[in-house]
Design a protein around this ligand. Sequence first.
Ligand SMILES: Nc1ncnc2c1ncn2[C@@H]1O[C@H](COP(=O)(O)OP(=O)(O)OP(=O)(O)O)[C@@H](O)[C@H]1O
Ligand SMILES: [Mg+2]
Length: 280
Amino acid sequence: MIDPFPSPFDVTLSFATVEPGDDQRWSTWSAITPSERGPKPWPDWVVTSAGAIDTELGVLKTGKEADVFLLERAVPDDPAQSTLLAAKRYRSAEHRAFHRSGIYTEGRRGRDSREGRAVAKKSAFGREVEAARWSLAEFDALCRMWRLGAPVPYPVQVNGTEILMEFIGTDAVAAPRLAQERADHGALDELFVQVVDIMRVFATAGLAHGDLSAYNLLVHEGRVRVIDLPQIVDVAANPQGADLLHRDCVNICDWFARRRVACDAEELFAELLVLAFGVN
Ligand SMILES: Nc1ncnc2c1ncn2[C@@H]1O[C@H](COP(=O)(O)OP(=O)(O)OP(=O)(O)O)[C@@H](O)[C@H]1O
Ligand SMILES: [Mg+2]
């Protein structure tokens, strides 16, 4: 006969105990605050389960300021909850030179004076804080540009010096940078149109990318995506804003002009400047 009121001690639970292995951790999604998560609505591929595990799949690129890794976030035994992410980790070690920071951050203010003093003293804590500031700046920029409809990777979360974002690629292979693109002439014309459209989205919001080049544009399935945004600048408010916008225009037009795409950096600069200063 079946006992209608089994005592809890009679019930044997048989959960498979999953623990993160080497190169794994519990998903950091649950540990962060709402403001450290990407803009809502979250795309349906974002894995939000507390039972998810992050697995390191390798290095995508080591850079001057940060290293980018491929990461899988997945719920074990649930193929529906599995996604690839790009993890961009800013360097906090002494190897990193923050020589660029001055011109981009003029006019920006830190929130905490203890942090400010630590950065000024260049202590280990200060370097950590400085690196986290850059990751936060890039995360904020990605969120802002995502909301404006620019084709940036969706920013999933920021946690200290690490940003997790949509992985742009196919089958764990990152999309090529524009610089590696061997497109024919007609395709290059089309890519140029897309890049100018991206620059217009930035300018219409009063912004310039600030480090735009064929290395910070990825081409995925015929679509251009823009990355590497920690230094976006307010064209009007930053004393170097117009110069940085001009440099973006020259970098892009030089690259396309060398490939025989008809373009004029000064014309583009004039158009974008009007858009940027039209913002009040
Ligand atoms: N979301 C992404 N999806 C796929 N690949 C990415 C993504 N983000 C970055 N990468 C890869 O990592 C490289 C470096 O990224 P990013 O430009 O943001 O970092 P960086 O530190 O500025 O690097 P660098 O010093 O080379 O400019 C990119 O060129 C690209 O190959
Ligand atoms: Mg870059």
